[in-house]
Design a protein around this ligand. Sequence first.
Ligand SMILES: [Zn+2]
Length: 416
Amino acid sequence: MLQSKLFYKTTKNKNASAESVSHDLLTRAGYIDQLMAGVYSFLPLGFRVLKNIENIIRKNMQDIGGQEILLPVLQPKENWVKTGRWDSLDILFKVKGGGDKEYALGPTHEEVVSPLAKKFVFSYKDLPFSVFQIQTKFRDELRAKSGILRTREFLMKDLYSFHATQADLDAYYQKASKTYEKLFKEIGIGKLTYRTLSSGGSFSKYSDEFQMLTEAGEDIISICKKCKLAINKEIKAENPSCPNCKGDDFEEKKAVEVGNIFKLGIKYSMPFELKFTDRDGHDKPVLMGCYGIGLGRLMGAIVEVSHDDKGIIWPKSVAPFLVHIIGVENNAKVKKAVQKLHTQLQKENIEVLYDDRENKTVGEKFGDADLLGIPLRIVVSEKTLKENSVELKERGKDKVQLVKMSQILKILNTKS
Ligand SMILES: [Zn+2]
């Protein structure tokens, strides 16, 4: 990709109204653009990161048997009245259509997926199964803030699982929890993310939030110093000592929720009469679980923990490009070498951004490269060409390596 053609602009100066580091950096580097409070556009760079996050999530959900579907955003009021959430859920967006008919814009999809399952589940033989979608959700947050960490419209992955027995739900819940931990590792926030005990709602004592430690977070979690169990504020109020080891020495940390999993039990199968016939012919309500991850928030969270004073440092797994090429001199010799390298990398399917802008100084190009945060930077100059080489540097590291042109593909392939 040629940087001169890329639809974006960078801004050098810190954004005074930015509410978090990720908000500031993602806006200044041209990844996102704010339309209004809590509503953002994703520009080509941001969209590429979002797609990478999406693909990692999709792969992990398929690994635990999830089948991908797409449910409607626009939902009938009746379904929300049935579960009592038309009045009780304060963040629900309500819209009026023709003839004063009312609808909800989905903040979550239990009110759609439960009646859908009722059409296909009859016997214990139809269970278990799980479905998921990656789709836009709406929540009327009064205090939308911190950039893309808390928004009113956002992409979310929500998976719903359906079971005949509590044991089966429990086993699947554990499996999903392990998969979440693996996923957070893959996108580079594993070390800072804690599976955090939280209140469970109506049908189970506890549910789990996945909380990533960051000063930009609005939640406070308590981590047991003895066994490292993390618990959220509500649970801490109910349990002055650790529910796991009974220790009472906690460390309090600010955190942002990057995922959550719930055992819904029969909470939504009851109002929609989602039942199945057991082996011995008895009708029983289906047991459900739900498992959410917000994609934009995840992108913001990655930047919160992966940046320095110059800009973003993307983990390779989600970076918009793997390689950023910069030519130092603007002469024919350097340009030719860079163009050749650019074509060569493209042929190898290595995702590469080539800074071909002629109206920028080398200093400006380096500054933008640090701000954009692409993992590997290749610099070509007259000096390196004399050695038939290029300079290779990893974003976030100081070491600069001189690599022979003939070796660069091999080295990049080991780093991708
Ligand atoms: Zn403990």
